[in-house]
Design a protein around this ligand. Structure first.
Ligand code: Z5A
Length: 213
């Protein structure tokens, strides 16, 4: 009867290839959730930390790093935020995260000599999301959107390998939302529908579990 459900906040992650609209929809979701609950936004890489600044320099091509080393920095960047993330969830705030460990694996494992299995190890034990919204976009469509091609990984062939890797990471917490030929409002309506469904599942009454145990 309209009683507010208590329990921890939901951990909602957005994943997808370049230009799929993650940031746009995360930001809107956080502001709309905040009208009814408490919600906060996190993003990875978080370029504001010391580790994040190294990642930023790498992505901009200002710094070269071994593939394993950069992979571990991306993971460290999540672990340095894990207390803040857990605390928010335990205080009942929903947390909407723009990219997470799945990006870590999908991007690093798209490089020669980097296996999916090796790439998963450092992120094992992070909180497992309640929902992963995967925003899908075709390479053609992505190229038409703003800002494509500035950073290190923003190349068509590489993005195609990333997209394939994502297929291997999907499980029952993932919802794939196709964004080609849809307006941002149409995509957002689909995002909201899966978020509402996750809320109704009462999964936030259950404790968080570890990712890739
Ligand atoms: N990376 C990694 O290797 N390992 C890791 O562990 C992590 C990340 C966490 C930087 O990520 C890079 O780091 C990234 C993965 C790697 N490399 N790549 N590619 P980032 O998250 O900091 O930055 P980003 O990946 O460059 O953001 P993005 O993916 O490019 O953008 P987005 O957030 O998905 O999209 P957007 O900014 O919301 O929208 C892009 C544009 O498209 C914008 O102009 C929108 O107005 C437009 N748009 C969005 N939706 C639509 C629709 N439906 N129609 C028309 N136009 C649209």
């Amino acid at each position: 009867h309209g009683a507010r459900t208590t329990g921890r906040g939901l951990l909602i992650v957005f994943e997808g290839c370049d230009r799929s609209g993650k940031t746009t929809h995360c930001t809107r979701l956080v502001s709309e959730l905040n009208a009814r609950f408490t919600a906060q936004f996190m993003r990875f890489p978080d370029r504001s930390t010391l580790v994040g600044r190294m990642i930023d320099a790498y992505l901009k091509g200002e710094k070269e790093l071994d593939d394993h080393a950069i992979h571990l920095l991306f993971s460290t960047n999540r672990w340095e935020k894990v207390d803040e993330l857990k605390r928010a969830l335990e205080n009942g705030s929903h947390v909407v995260v723009d990219r997470y460990a799945f990006s870590g694996v999908a991007f690093s494992a798209a490089k020669d000599g980097m296996s999916m299995q090796w790439c998963k190890q450092p992120d094992r034990g992070l909180p497992r999301p309640d929902l992963v919204c995967f925003l899908d976009v075709s390479p053609d469509e992505a190229q038409k959107r703003g800002g494509f091609g500035r950073e290190r990984y923003e190349k068509l062939e590489f993005q195609a390998r990333v997209r394939q890797n994502y297929d291997h990471l999907m499980d029952d917490t993932w919802q794939i939302i196709q964004t080609d030929h849809k307006t941002m409002d149409q995509v957002y309506a689909e995002v909201m529908a899966v978020v509402e469904r996750t809320m109704q599942s009462q999964i936030n009454q259950k404790p968080l579990t570890p990712l890739w145990p």
